[in-house]
Design a protein around this ligand. Sequence first.
Ligand SMILES: *Cc1c(COP(=O)(O)O)cnc(C)c1O
Length: 383
Amino acid sequence: MRDKLLFTPGPLTTSATVKSAMLHDAGSRDAAFLDKVREIRKRLLALGQAVSSSDGGEYECVLMQGSGTFAIESVISSAIPRDGKLLVLVNGAYGRRIGQMARVHGIATEMMETPENSSISPEAVAERLSGSSGITHVAVVHCETTTGILNPIEEIGERVQRSGPAYIVDAMSSFGAIPVDLPAARIDFLISSANKCIEGVPGFGFVLARHNRLLEAKGQARTLSLDLYAQWAGLESDGQFRFTPPTHALLAFHQALVELEAEGGLRARLARYRANHGALMRGMSEMGFDAYLAPEDQSCIITTFRYPEDPGFRFERFYQRLSELGFIIYPGKLTSEPCFRIGAIGHLFPPDIDALLGCIRRVLEEMNVDPAMRSPVLQRFPN
Ligand SMILES: *Cc1c(COP(=O)(O)O)cnc(C)c1O
């Protein structure tokens, strides 16, 4: 039986070949397995236009067990010294989560809030930095998956570097599709995970870190298992993880990286996701759905749609029927209004989007809902 297709922010639909790469039991100290781990680390750096220090560059790749959040927490809890202070740039739930993490670890933290439907302004960041004292680290989310908005990480990086703090970027839902040049964006720590745009399976995240910043993290970790420096030092010394590696997920990820290259690299992947997203936007707006973000702020990664105003619309029912038809969509995460999300990433193609759109039409008919119908109140007071 065919798996349901995942139109979500992750985990995502993966290819049959990525799944079948997991049908092996690899020894965690076996040479063939360690070669794959080494190759994974090398390929990840190359995807970020970064070169490892052993090859004359400035960056390192650290793999970390757990979901993406664990990898972010390894950076937050290892990189910031006891007397450091973190500024988190927030325009969604994932930014807020970084702040929450810092508080758990007792790290001095400031939050700079931007509305969820606006991208973060580099000028506002520069102003904030010049008006605050003691900020040693700045963290931002590249694609804020809460809405699908893209933040200008290069321009923000320039402002951050000018005032001196280290720069941390959560590129979880964008890395592998939207090009990032780590040196050009002045990034010190970039975090992403196996099960997003590189189309592997869940099990670990990765950190691309500037070598000298990683060295500064030595002995600073607030946990044993998420110690970023120690994890890197372990991988460098014998190629191994300090604790049990997610061997099957790593085998799948190696295959996913080979498939990313075969597809034509980042550029081809981005083109496919854009084609998916374009088909989705056309179909949804034809049906009368209202996207939450302005088109110029919207990434091709994931899109937030408002609930139709038609009183017959019930999200639970909508979700359940689509699931029965083989399509998994995602609930919303906005603080302000009811919405749902549809992702365009993973091993999905425009015909999959067309199939989803056909089923959305069918379910709306079953529910007798017309998304183009505006509520009587709004019709009476159009502005
Ligand atoms: C998916 C995601 C994460 C990590 O979520 P996990 O559930 O821990 O994998 C973090 N930040 C962003 C922006 C994400 O999209």
